[in-house]
Design a protein. Structure first.
Length: 101
């Protein structure tokens, strides 16, 4: 099948010049709620999925208290991606945050 021949170049395999993100950690925020009860409900759901979420509270710029459900810190993208995939496959939201350490 000469007309269907594909010419493959002798270029070397692709090597990423991007270094590992050793100076970063990843966090996943699965939700932010006005009440602690809502946050604890989501924490329980995520725990049943085999994850280890935490609930923390923080005041926003307006002085309102919010309860955040987060997972991590993850020291590599692979473990963060696995947790994020579990969350998304269960129709939950997941916002990834990358922080310098």
């Amino acid at each position: 099948l000469k007309d269907f021949e594909v010419v493959v170049s002798d270029e070397p395999a692709y090597n990423s010049s991007r270094s590992a993100d050793e100076n970063y950690i990843y966090l996943i925020q699965a939700g932010s709620f006005k009440t602690q009860a809502q946050a604890e409900k989501l924490r329980a759901e995520l725990t049943l999925l085999g994850l280890e979420p935490t609930v923390s509270s923080a005041k926003n710029a307006s002085g309102n208290l919010w309860y955040r459900v987060r997972l991590g810190p993850f020291t590599n993208r692979g473990s963060m991606t696995a947790a994020r995939s579990t969350i998304i496959s269960n129709n939950l939201e997941a916002m990834v945050m990358k922080r310098k350490i």
